[in-house]
Design a protein around this ligand. Sequence first.
Ligand SMILES: [Mg+2]
Length: 347
Amino acid sequence: MKVIEIETRYEAAPARERPIRDALQVLDGGGSFRLTIRTDSGLIGEASSFFGRVRGSAPVLKALVDQILAPLVLGQNPLDVRAIHEALLRETEYQGSSGLTMFGISAIDTALWDLVGKAANLPCHQLWGARTDRVPAYAMVAWLNFSLEELKPICDRALRQGFRAVKVKVGCPSVDEDIARIETVRSVVGRDAEIMVDANQVHTVAEAIRRGRVYEDLGCLWYEEPIPAHNYSGYGELCAALDIPIATGENLYGKEEFAELFRNRGVDIVQPDLRRAGGPTEVMAVAQMAAACGIPWASHGGGPVMLSLLCSMPGAAWLETGFVEGGRPTLLDGFALAPRGPGFAWE
Ligand SMILES: [Mg+2]
């Protein structure tokens, strides 16, 4: 089998009437990028990537894939996923394989695994040796742009959809505002549901330790990205100082950055992002490293690819997702059910 065509396209997102917001960024809509790999056998592999902000990213990613990455994949056997992955990393090393380049490598890696699953006529979580067909899912719905009154129906909707955990954005100018948000959500979800908090990198180590103790007293399940993502030694200090588990990883690129986080003992729950970590090939490596370090992992972001990885790799703890839309993901007793179609197809 040979790759004969790589089709790429993008769509700019319409401006959000009311942008969502975390402590660091306004997410006003960026756009999406899609990629289809066609083979001489007729089988195709597909992948997509999304941007919450920065409208120029999707067209630039298309140009980057078309001109730099795709030529290395054309003519190759798509079953040689790891060989292609290594070739893409080697080719881009000169300018850096991080940033948008890694978004492109991830999309190709995802489409190739989708193709391998389709060639085997198996869902990828089974192709990879499934451990389970379901993982606990939580709803990331409590953004900072919502008022306390707005948070109530939002979190109530998540519970009615079947979630048993919700994540709340924190990192407000004052910790009292954070407390009010967490207590408001708790008043809706009760003691039986879990609440995670996420500060999106905005604090110093000292402030993160002060706030971490508060979130711990409020019974939060984890404290996510308290400080800038690449302050590995700072994350080590936080994990040593706080009892509440520290979660991070969504802004790390490639398994080597995760290795540095583990060496610094800087994480209790690691959260690779499919686009930034480097596609399924790198997420599998991160999950295996985490398992060797005794650290559970959770996804940053949802979708069928991450869900397939969680169902097959050791140490999987949680799927992150937004609201259930169009019946996806399918929830049962707070668990998201694995896709059942070949590759990453839901059915
Ligand atoms: Mg986060």
